[in-house]
Design a protein around this ligand. Structure first.
Ligand code: MN
Ligand code: MN
Length: 464
């Protein structure tokens, strides 16, 4: 080591500069190109069911076939396991199979939104509305007075499925939640952000014209139900067996004069799901068997049979193990996983929420988060020093721009990912994901360079 301060600093200290300066212009161009199809994915996959459909249709074009636990698979075989249309596992069988463990990239494809209640339809003072129950951790005031689209599936009593998407096509009708005009908002304006818009006020405006008739009641509600029936064949009771989600109707857009960022709904966690998909699509001959998992229900705690707290991933790996004559737990304990979920990006407008030394920043690459959680690192998987070092080396060796940090200030709040559910299966896990500004809002922002680096990170992990 030289004795000059400059040399010593270079050898001993982290040099912090914007990630842009660490990559060539050609990499910036690759990142911009990569994100074009990502925006298409965002626009066409606003719900977990739509994301699964997108993934399956692309996977099938690339030779993925439905997984059959009774089959014997060989290196290079590509399979997928569609869990009830709402979660998905894609796998490419490795040269070594799974005897040395599998490599997993696990993202989630559900996002905060407004779900319909079982009996949603009502009229009030000659307006027709839907009652909703919000899904996930959202700031309710952000969901008023924005254009909403209606997505989802209703299953009729006879079992027929009706898939709905209204409000995405140019010129198509949209919906909205109303808010009080400021002129009459004196009392509302004295309330806190948490209280100003109540959950029961997130009612979606869906009509204002009645059936033309001189008698009868509920004529406004009846007219809207008739329009829904004419188009989809539904009756009011069918909503009881429906999963209808109201999501922001806007399309993803480049943000900034330099087009360096993308604004859109549902980056959390499609911004990790898409790179994890692309990585498995483009990794042809992995040494170990590789898996991309797209999970549902993360935003409500990962419970339920399509969430990562269920056993579907474990059972899938056990099926892979069995056909190679291995015990499932032997494969699980040797397996490794990147829990692919977003992290908070530093926002100078809300600087006081962050600890600047340990925050992730836009354009500094994919975030590698040793732990998430809240209140003294509770509710998280704290990745081991050994596994952190392994991923750190992997990313260095493969020119993956990466950064690390925490989710805001200590005791400022907190959050979790699917990492702990996978770690609880005796798998080595670390969180690796894209930093997001305005997370959980209807219009989240990410940097294109970070999206691309997530892809490069997952690909290098699969190729290791
Ligand atoms: Mn997430
Ligand atoms: Mn989230």
């Amino acid at each position: 080591m030289s004795n000059s301060v400059e040399e010593m600093s270079k050898d001993l200290l982290i040099s912090r500069r914007n990630g842009f300066f660490d990559v060539e212009d050609s990499v910036i161009a690759e990142a911009d190109a990569f994100c074009e199809e990502y925006k298409h994915f965002l626009n066409t996959s606003k719900t977990e069911r739509e994301a699964v459909r997108y993934a399956v249709s692309h996977a099938e074009k690339l030779g993925f076939v439905p997984f059959d636990p009774k089959q014997t698979y060989h290196a290079g075989d590509k399979v997928y396991y569609n869990n009830r249309g709402k979660a998905l596992i894609l796998a490419v069988i490795g040269e070594e199979g799974c005897k040395n463990g599998v490599r997993i990239a696990a993202a989630h494809i559900d996002s905060p939104r407004l779900d319909l209640k079982p009996y949603p339809l009502y009229e009030a003072n000659d307006l027709v509305l839907f009652k909703t129950h919000y899904y996930g951790g959202l700031k309710k005031y952000q969901w008023t007075t924005i254009p909403l689209a209606m997505h989802g599936r209703v299953v009729k009593r006879d079992g027929t499925c009706v898939d709905i998407s209204i409000g995405e096509q140019p010129g198509e009708q949209q919906f909205c939640v109303t808010d009080l005009l400021p002129h009459l908002g004196n009392e509302q304006m004295t309330k806190t952000l948490a209280k100003a818009i109540e959950g029961e006020n997130l009612n979606v405006l869906i009509g204002s014209r009645p059936v033309r008739s001189d008698d009868g009641k509920d004529l406004f509600k009846l007219n809207i139900m008739k329009l829904i029936h004419d188009k989809y064949g539904l009756v009011e009771e069918d909503f009881v067996s429906g999963e209808i989600e109201f999501v922001p109707a806007f399309q993803a857009a480049d943000i900034g004069f330099d087009r360096s960022m993308i604004g859109g709904y549902g980056h959390d966690d499609r911004v990790c799901a898409y790179p994890a998909l692309e990585a498995i699509f483009r990794c042809e001959h992995p040494k170990q068997t590789i898996l991309t998992v797209l999970a549902d229900k993360e935003e409500v705690g990962s419970d339920g049979n399509t969430g990562m707290n269920s056993s579907f991933l474990k059972y899938f790996i056990c099926d892979l193990a069995r056909q190679e004559g291995l015990a499932g737990y032997d494969v699980l304990r040797k397996s490794k996983c990147l829990s692919a979920d977003v992290t908070a990006a530093y926002d100078p407008t809300y600087a006081s929420a962050y600890e600047p030394l340990n925050s992730c920043y836009l354009n500094n690459g994919v975030g590698v988060m040793k732990y998430t959680g809240a209140r003294g690192k509770s509710g998280t998987s704290d990745a081991s020093a050994e596994f952190m070092a392994e991923i750190r080396k992997l990313f260095y060796d493969n020119n993956v721009l990466w950064q690390t940090g925490e989710l805001g200030k200590v005791d400022g709040g907190g959050g979790g990912t699917v990492a702990m559910f996978i770690a609880n299966l005796d798998i080595d896990v670390v969180d690796v994901g894209v930093p997001v500004i305005s997370m959980h809002s209807p219009f989240e922002v990410v940097a294109k360079l970070d999206v691309y680096m997530a892809y490069r990170g997952f690909l290098s992990f699969f190729q290791a």
